[in-house]
Each structure stands twice: as C-alpha cells, then as structure tokens.
Design a protein around this ligand. Structure first.
Ligand SMILES: Nc1ncnc2c1ncn2[C@@H]1O[C@H](COP(=O)(O)OP(=O)(O)O)[C@@H](O)[C@H]1O
Ligand SMILES: [Mg+2]
Length: 320
C-alpha cells in the first residue's frame, strides 16, 4: 500500500483505506498557517512590541459591567488592558470591585491601608495620588482595597454621589494630557452588583463593554443592566451605550455554548466582538501567578482571543 501522508490519522479504518486509492484523496494545499503557528506568531509580535494598535482620536473610557458574578468581567478588563498596552497604547485600569481581583492580576499592592479607588470615590482623593505602575509598560492601575466594600453605604449620603469617579477621571485625563502623556484608554472593572459603585462607573464611562458568559442563564440580568444603562444615559450621562459585547468562556464542544453565542449574536448584532474567548485552564491559572494570561502564556488560546478582541476593539474605537 502506498503511504498517504496527507490522510488525517484515525479518520479511516484499514478497510476503508484499502478501498481508497491515493489518487482519489483530495490533496490539501500545504498548510502555511495553523492555529499553533498563529498563536506563536501572535505571542512573538506581542512581546517584541510588533503588535501596534491604532490610537483612538481621544481618550476612551469604558466600563466592564454585568451584575452577574463570575462572567469574566475582571478577566476581560485585565487582559484587554494588557493587550492594548502591549499594542503601544497608554491604559489606566480602575479596580472598582472590593474583591480587588484586577489588582491581584496586576500584582499591585492593595492590602488594608494602601490607597486606591476607595479614597478616590469616598474621600475625593485625586487619581494622581493613588495610581500605581504595573509591570506592563504603559499600563497603570488604581487598586481596590477591602475598604471599598463600605463605599456603597458611605456614598449614600454623599454630595454628587454618582459623579465622584467621573470628576476624578476627567481631572486625571486633563493632567496626563497636560504632562504630554495622554491616556488612550480607561477601563473600569465593576463589582457584581448594580449599586452606587457601578452607577459611578456608568456615569463616568462613555461606553459599556459587556462580557456575556456562554452558559445557561447567560442572559439573566442582562435586560436589567440594559435598563440601568438607559436610565443613567437619560439622567446622568447622556450618550452612554452598551458599545461592545464579548462572549466569554466559550466551549465550542458544547451545544449550549454554541446556542448562547448564536442567540447573543442574533440579538445584539454588530455590537458583539467577532472573537469569542474560549474556556481555558491557562486563563483561570494566570491570576494566581499575579499575571494576566497575555503575560502568563501569550501563545495560549485564551491569550490569543483576548489579543484579537483588543485589536478589534481598538480598531472600532479608532474609527468612531
Ligand atoms: N476564558 C476563561 N476560561 C477559564 N476560566 C475563566 C475564563 N474567564 C474567566 N475565568 C475564570 O472564571 C472565574 C470568574 O471570572 P472573573 O473574570 O473573575 O469574573 P467576574 O469578574 O465577572 O466575577 C475566575 O476564576 C476566572 O479565572
Ligand atoms: Mg470581578
């Protein structure tokens, strides 16, 4: 029997191979690209600074919100931010979740007694006084400490309680521009609730980036978020929209994941970012090393998906 190297192993039984002559097997063109090759190329481009993303015409403030916990808000915030920064953009992440998971992912100090987003929203401390560098060039972070858990109740009686973050961010953006180091992106990681912290983020942002987990009950609560976005858009922050939706924890092997992705794309159309982030162990491992997956394993499928999503986001926003 002649060898047929381009027949995938395991596809044919011995019997069926003997029935198929080599000439009748359609020859595939030589593979110039494979997922692995692409992943390695993306990783090399990212780390060597060859991935250049377009600058938006003005600083863009996005909040990553969904009141459901565990849908990938923090993972999306830190990885999109990292990819944008590696793409040559200047990015500020504001961790607005008392759990401080984004601060952990960037390894920035957020122990009791350190300054962060609590001081910004409650004490009106300027962002310039609390902002920290991360290990990623061009990426800054305002950390969240556990104190932030008390902010919801402390803000209730505060003056202009919904506007605290907006004012602080505006001042900081002006400061950066005046110093000749303008920011390109501010990403705000919201807590899993629709309380005053999320309302502060929605009042501050120009657009919402909404992560939707490709699981059962994925759309539960999304209509409630859309109502709040609408309300904040009417009362506090005209023009606020859900600008982009990112499908997270997508598992192409399950019918359920495919169905959720299909439903979301049908319902939200062009708002949905083309790349869906796959469920991947590397993504979930990265935070325990104080890293984003983009740093921890840049060639992994999760990292690649976030880099692609960041690229699409940057291209969309540079064109708007
Ligand atoms: N694509 C993914 N693949 C595997 N695990 C993921 C993925 N995205 C997020 N996770 C994990 O799921 C959990 C919830 O994600 P997280 O980003 O913290 O959600 P949220 O901020 O919405 O609560 C975390 O443990 C995180 O590591
Ligand atoms: Mg979170």
């Amino acid at each position: 029997m002649t060898s047929t190297p381009d027949v995938p192993r395991g596809t044919f039984t011995h019997e069926s191979v003997s029935e198929v002559s080599a000439a009748s097997i359609p020859r595939q063109p030589f593979a110039t690209s494979s997922p692995l090759l692409e992943a390695v190329t993306t990783a090399i481009n990212l780390k060597s600074g060859q991935l250049r993303l377009p600058k938006p015409g003005r600083p863009r403030v996005l909040c990553v919100a969904n009141q459901k916990g565990g849908v990938g808000k923090t993972t999306t915030t830190v990885n999109i931010a990292a990819a944008l920064a590696y793409g040559g953009l200047r990015v500020l992440v504001i961790d607005l979740d008392p759990q401080g998971n984004a601060s952990t992912a960037f390894s920035v100090p957020h122990h009791a007694g350190s300054m962060g987003s609590y001081e910004v929203v409650v004490d009106q401390t300027p962002i310039a006084d609390v902002v920290q560098d991360t290990s990623i060039p061009g990426l800054l972070c305002v950390a969240a400490t556990l104190d932030l858990a008390g902010a919801e109740t402390e803000l209730v009686s505060a003056v202009a309680r919904e506007q605290r973050l907006r004012k602080a961010v505006q001042t900081y953006l002006e400061l950066c521009a005046a110093a000749g180091e303008p920011l390109d992106y501010v990403l705000i990681d919201c807590p899993p609730s629709l309380g005053l912290l999320t309302v502060n983020a929605l009042t501050c942002a120009e657009q919402v980036l909404l992560p939707i987990q490709c699981e059962f009950y994925a759309l539960e609560g999304v209509s409630q978020l859309l109502k709040i976005v609408d309300l904040v858009g009417r009362e506090l922050n005209p023009g606020l929209v859900v600008g982009h939706i990112l499908l997270t924890m997508y598992d192409s092997r399950t019918r359920l994941s495919q169905q959720v992705a299909e439903d979301v794309r049908t319902h939200f159309g062009a708002k949905v970012i083309t790349e869906a982030v796959p469920r991947s162990v590397r993504v979930s491992e990265a935070p325990s090393f104080g890293q984003t997956v983009v740093d921890y394993d840049p060639g992994s499928s999760g990292s690649r998906a976030y880099i692609e999503a960041a690229r699409e986001l940057a291209e969309r926003l540079a064109a708007q």
